[in-house]
Design a protein around this ligand. Structure first.
Ligand code: F6R
Length: 613
């Protein structure tokens, strides 16, 4: 996690860096810092807390300079405090560094630097790296780029770094391995950042820095890139497809609410050019180019984390139903380490909103090393996972800034559903008639979502009733079991209320012991799929005085009678219910968190992009 940003050019760096940090704050927000070069001065300011805390402090200081670097942190090594905040300086106070990632061999490097007379102020791995660069620079008498290169050759781990040097106000040197880094090219100026969001308002020309590449940004010169193995690379300048309005709240009080309301549009964007409603056909270029891999796959492994893992579980239900291919859904963090059996003819689908999740990236590498074909379903264009897969499909949900994933989830489910339908039709395991029926209904989902969002005020009202709760249970069956997991995750991450999702029938094997009149139980009970069974599960809870909040199909009378509160969703195909049922659960979690006064967009201890293990 952590967000890094740098600027070198004709303008004052401070306002650009602070604005950039605010855009990157979703990546980490426990401390922040900035380093500016002003002629011979290297000014470093840091603060515990948010970027706004840094601003309050820095405003009183000298913030001059047309070159600088800045950082917003999500702590890995050392508690979040001012000393451990970035930038870190070398003991000589000549170098300042910002870093996103983890230096795994920092302890060994630190020990050797201590032997060379270096002392350390912080508990961070990053301070070790800047001291190492300082040591290498002095002992080899080389320039900053060479020193960074030689130092990184000794480093094991992941990093995106940027370094500046006192007395050398014309250069920023940056590098990456495993953590994202993008350079924006302006008119006589350069921007660098963890993602393009802080860059978009200044330029749409960007270069995505590759793994193990070092970039030198020098005033008056072109961008220069070489690898840590000293191979010169030609920068590939790309055009940024991102608009400023996508990064703003657009009148909503929180990004999360804006993103929940964007879903009818993001779903249409996910389907645009892929779903042909006139012909009732789906076209996915990532599928067409590799059709045989999909049709011949003996097994599909889906790997992901968190919300993306929940989307993967829905994908499993759809692929197994329509394609009759066995699917395993793996937490990337387990998969990468547990010596899984992977065959050369396995098809691996990696799902990630950010495209940067370290565990999913490692799972992809592992599967690749066994010869499996890797298909990525990612949201952030140009991010690491799509760059490391054989093929894929972007979700096109647009930038998701609220830390709790909402629109990315429904877009992932949409892409997985299209993929499952397409494979099923091509394999002949799904009849053309059913295929066309479901394709046609998929096209109706954005409109159905829109009508569902009209219930926002009602959901906000009843959410107030439940702020007392310490625990929640979410239940669903079939396609809605992953939705229950996702609903519970949304609630716990933003409201800090403990919540668990279960397959509804699993209740009686233990969790039913928790039911009392205090316990809110959210049940997803649409008419499509195992309705009577879910009704029985609800009766079991009711008999123990649990408070039922149900998600039902419009017109339902049975479940609504058993419920304390209910939210109706439009009728749809069973496999498409998750796309609708997810919305009231997102809204409910949002409103409960708001009433509790929680920071919805930046919940405690979390960060949007988990680029560490
Ligand atoms: C939950 C959430 C996380 C992410 C997880 C994977 O709201 O956002 O659980 O889903 O960290 O992130 P990506 O999808 O970027 O790989």
């Amino acid at each position: 996690m952590c967000g890094i940003i740098g600027y070198i050019g004709k303008r004052q760096a401070y306002p650009i860096l602070i604005k950039g940090l605010q855009r990157l704050e979703y990546r980490g927000y426990d401390s922040a810092g900035i380093a500016l070069l002003d002629n011979d001065l290297l000014n470093v300011y840091k603060a515990k807390g948010k970027v706004s805390d840094l601003v309050r402090f820095a405003e009183q200081q000298d913030v001059n300079g047309t070159i600088g670097i800045a950082h917003t942190r999500w702590a890995t090594h050392g508690e979040p405090n001012q000393i451990n905040a970035h930038p870190h300086c070398s003991q000589s106070e000549e170098l300042a560094i910002i870093h996103n990632g983890i230096i795994e061999n920092y302890a060994v490097l630190k020990e050797s630097l201590i032997k060379h007379g270096y002392t350390f102020q912080s508990q961070t791995d990053t301070e070790v790296l800047v001291q190492l660069i300082d040591y290498v620079k002095k002992s080899n008498n080389v320039d900053l780029t060479k020193a960074v290169q030689l130092a990184l050759n000794q480093v094991v781990g992941a990093y995106a770094i940027a370094v500046i040097e006192k007395g050398n106000p014309d250069v920023i040197v940056a590098a990456r391995k495993g953590s994202p880094l993008v350079v924006g090219i302006g008119d006589g100026e350069f921007f660098l950042a963890s993602d393009a969001t802080p860059i978009v308002e200044y330029t749409n020309k960007v270069v995505y820095i590759g793994d193990e590449e070092i970039v030198t940004l020098k005033r008056g010169e072109d961008i220069k890139i070489k690898t840590i193995a000293d191979v010169v690379k030609t920068p590939e300048i790309q055009r940024l497809e991102l608009t400023l309005s996508q990064l703003e709240k657009g009148g909503y009080p929180h990004f999360m609410l804006k993103e929940i309301f964007e879903q009818p549009k993001t779903l249409s964007d996910s389907m645009r050019g892929r779903l042909n409603l006139e012909e009732k056909e789906i076209k996915l270029s990532g599928f067409i180019d590799n059709k045989e891999k999909f049709l011949n796959a003996k097994r599909i492994i889906i790997t992901a984390c968190g919300t993306s893992w929940h989307a993967g579980l829905i994908g499993k239900y759809a692929i197994e139903e329509f394609c009759r291919i066995p699917v395993e859904v793996e937490y990337s963090s387990e998969f990468r380490y547990r010596k899984p059996v992977i065959h050369g003819d396995d098809l691996v689908i990696a799902i990630s909103q950010s495209g940067e999740t370290a565990d999913t990236l490692a799972a992809v590498e592992l599967a690749k090393s066994h010869g499996a074909f890797i298909f990525g379903i990612c949201n952030v264009v140009g991010s690491s996972i799509p760059r490391n897969t054989n093929s894929g499909c972007y979700t096109h949900a647009g930038p998701e800034i609220g830390v709790a994933s909402t629109k990315a989830f429904t877009a992932q489910v949409t892409v997985l559903t299209m993929l499952a339908l397409l494979i099923g039709k091509e394999k002949g395991t799904l009849s053309v008639e059913r295929y066309k029926e479901i394709v046609s209904e998929l096209g109706n989902i954005p409109q159905k979502m829109r009508s569902l969002l009209d219930q926002n005020d009602m959901i906000a009202q009843f959410a107030k009733t439940f702020t007392y709760a310490q625990n929640f249970i979410y239940l669903g069956r079939g396609y809605n079991y992953p939705v229950a997991l996702e609903g519970a995750l949304k609630l716990k991450e933003i409201s800090y209320i403990h919540a668990e999702g279960y397959p509804a029938a699993e209740m009686k094997h233990g969790p039913i012991a928790l039911i009392s009149q205090e316990m809110p139980v959210v049940v997803i009970a649409p008419s499509a799929g195992m309705y009577e069974k879910v009704v029985s599960n609800i009766q079991e809870i009711k008999a123990r005085k649990g408070r039922i909040i149900s998600i039902v199909t419009e017109g339902d009378t049975v479940v609504t009678n058993l419920s304390d509160y209910y939210i109706s969703i439009p009728d749809t195909e069973e496999c498409l219910v998750p796309l609708l049922a997810a919305i009231p659960l997102q809204l409910m979690a949002y409103h409960i968190a708001v009433v509790k006064g929680c920071n919805v967009d930046q919940p405690r201890n979390l960060a949007k992009s988990v680029t560490v293990e």
